[in-house]
Design a protein around this ligand. Sequence first.
Ligand code: C5P
Length: 413
Amino acid sequence: MTQESSTPDNRPANVGLGRELILGVGGGIAAYKACDLLRRLKESGYLVTVIPTQNSLNFVGAATWEALSGRPVETNLWNNVHKVPHIQLAKIASMIVIAPTTADLLARLAGGRADDLLTNVVLASKAPLLLVPAMHPEMWLNAATVANVQTLRSRGVTVLEPDVGALTGSDIGQGRFPESQRIVAAVAENFARKADLHGHRILITAGGTREAIDPVRYIGNRSSGKQGFALALAAVRRGALVDLVAANSELADIEGVRMHRVESTADMFAKVSELADKADAIIMSAAVADARPVNRSQTKISKEQFHSLELETNPDILKHLSESRNANQILVGFAAETAGDLREKGSQKLKAKGVDLLYVNDVSQGQIFGEDDSTGWIVDSTEQDFFFQAGSKLALADLLLDRIVSKLGYPND
Ligand code: C5P
């Protein structure tokens, strides 16, 4: 069964949905306004981790940030050192927003300093940086601040212009913290600009294939399709032309994504084969049934006769793709394991399947299947492996896409 739908317009919808943001808070009085900003970012669907500087805690305490974000708040670089939390945060973030950014923070960021948790995270992250300065007009116009802003902008950092108006005390001028809506809009605009997959075709499979035994029964698996749909959403938001081959998923079609609904492994194989040639990257996140009944009964098999099944092995779609791929095509596999050394198993499967990237997770005890979050290893043929810990499937999708982007354009043979 194949059902297709398409929309010509690939413009991203709901940019916030499930995206991981870091909200850094500098030590200015406008820190209290960042409470409203945090609320609005969350309303827009972003998942926000707050990192206040030590000085900012004089204005708004960590407890407030924890309550508003619904997440633990770390303020000290020296806590949980063994877990290297700043590196973990830096990798997961889709964007770092610092609001308010003080003159001192601008100077530290321009100088590449890493003397507290927030500046460490900024330096360790490849995520885009959006700064929202707020300070007295004299400080904003000071030659040192002007030079720092110029330096940061020349490096691709977005520095918003502060609003003009009344400031704390009797000052009037440029330096006010902007309204939350303006900042939320700037965040969305920044994402819209990050169309690093523009013009690339990505083929993604999702869900779990089913092999009919008779008109009533089938061999199937517990895959919900959430990871594959998250990948499709993340890819379309980054400007890709996305084909999503979805097997038996109850999730709704994604706007801007060409949907292909399939049932069996044979259906999926046929659809993937048809679309594979034009794809720059193929991500096989579907759980594919390894075997199917040799005979499919056209009528319901009676209880008395239903005691054994003769099976035949399904084709390995991914293996087939890796044996017949174009030189520049990127292939990504998924592996669901239930025991053993995950990373080691992932590395072996990466090689056995001949793919560039593989995500391996432990799905034992009902973990991961059907959940919104995932934990597992990203195993990479050319870059460092990465342990992805308890993050959303959307955040994982963006991390995998980051790696695909860096591989596109390099021959894989
Ligand atoms: O071998 P294993 O099933 O663990 O490999 C998982 C990976 O291979 C997934 O990316 C899955 O989509 C793909 N696969 C496939 N065809 C199969 C079995 C798995 O493409 N018959």
